[in-house]
Design a protein around this ligand. Sequence first.
Ligand SMILES: NC(=O)c1ccc[n+]([C@@H]2O[C@H](COP(=O)([O-])OP(=O)(O)OC[C@H]3O[C@@H](n4cnc5c(N)ncnc54)[C@H](O)[C@@H]3O)[C@@H](O)[C@H]2O)c1
Length: 466
Amino acid sequence: MQKTKNSTRRSFVKKLAAGALAAGFLPATSAQGRNVRKLDWAGLHRKYAANDKIRLACIGMGIMGFNNCRTAVKVPGSELVAVCDLYDGRMGHAKEEFGTHLFTTRNYEEILARQDVDAVIIATSDHWHDHISIAAMKAGKAVYCEKPMVQHMDEGRAVVDTQKKTGKVMQIGSQRVSSIVLAKAQELYKSGIIGQLIAVEAWNDRQSSNGAWQYSIPTDASEKTVDWERFQGDAPKHAYDPVRFFRWRNYQDYGTGVAGDLFVHLFSGLHFITESSGPERIFATGGLRYWKDGRDVPDYMSALFDYPESATHPAFNFQLRVNFTSGDGGSSKSRLVGTDGVIEVGGDDVILRKHKVQSQPTYGGWDSYGTFSEAQQKEYADWYRQKYPRLPEQMEEPGELVFKAPEDYDEHFDHHANFVRCIRENAMPVEDAAFGFRAAAPSLAANMSYFEKKVVNWDPVKMELR
Ligand SMILES: NC(=O)c1ccc[n+]([C@@H]2O[C@H](COP(=O)([O-])OP(=O)(O)OC[C@H]3O[C@@H](n4cnc5c(N)ncnc54)[C@H](O)[C@@H]3O)[C@@H](O)[C@H]2O)c1
């Protein structure tokens, strides 16, 4: 622990190593419960025989497919055996990076039919998530599906029900849920240190063309190298368009806009910290302000979510924003605001700021007291001393506590390690299908609110629209 001082207040700065955090703060393992999140250190150091490996395949080998595979193969006891994609260049690159032994195909059903595949990572565009997840679990595979779990509200129940019916392990890919940073934020929240939760504010702002989803389109893209027909699936049909294929997020036909893409991470984090099922009332507004490149989704969205009281939190308000032209380079944070302080969660740190509200009123300063006549001021002071004989409690000195993840800490690794562990132990992962749907649904409800210009009512426990 290292202490720093400034002129107005003391701040306490704590930096803990990942090992200390993992050992000291993560909840205990429960093989049966949902919250199986502690790392299996012994498992991570074991040597696995060739016939004891979890064999993975990745369906959707784009940016996140590669990211997932790079991380997944680092988890001891895992190996990548097959990949599926609809642009040949990506399958070629998978072989360049992971070895020529990989089985590759454009048809995900061929992956699901393979006996040598235990689990699939689904990192396709959002409009394929439900179809492939359901088919994979029915084919007996464990599933790691990228967020948002589904593209549309009415697709969620079928995925949740299939997971329950098949009993297969399903992990959704908002990797921050496995982070030691969120574990610390959860511990602080549960300790009651910020008092009564009043509101939460969160944002994910960006300011670059890549940040606004204008990803590179390869010069060899053509109807030969891209399987456009298969890509469209159940989406409305269009003539071949490489922009729609490589920048699918910009179109409602395949993606979920800024809400499904980015709000969902912030919901996942908040729901993990507060163990909430979600909001009951949703309103969103916004517009396409700057990135007018043919997209049919907003590049600015601001939304309000009313959380009802539950066993783990009081009623509170959640305010969320994504701005792709932030004017300041971009940032992302979640701030849990309580009566006695604020927990600020960033990408790799948690800051606790304490500032307790006083339990009895004060007078003087910026107050009407100074406007009273001198006689009235004296009378008021006498009255005050009789009414509040106790001196106002000494304000606890505002303090600041910072927890920072170590430089080389990788929450994505922990998330994949949690997935593989749950496959081995047949346990429920930290971000199961119901959790995934409860994070996706309010994001999708924000889209409904924005496009249909209405308030959306949602039952977060039953997981249905009201
Ligand atoms: N967890 C995170 O932090 C994170 C970050 C980025 C993206 N994502 C999610 O990952 C998913 C993929 O995003 P991306 O940025 O990698 O997109 P991308 O366009 O780079 O890759 C998607 C790939 O899916 C393939 N594909 C589409 N339909 C397919 C099908 N039916 N069968 C086989 N392959 C198919 C496409 O050919 C493409 O290569 C999205 O759902 C996105 O929301 C998650």
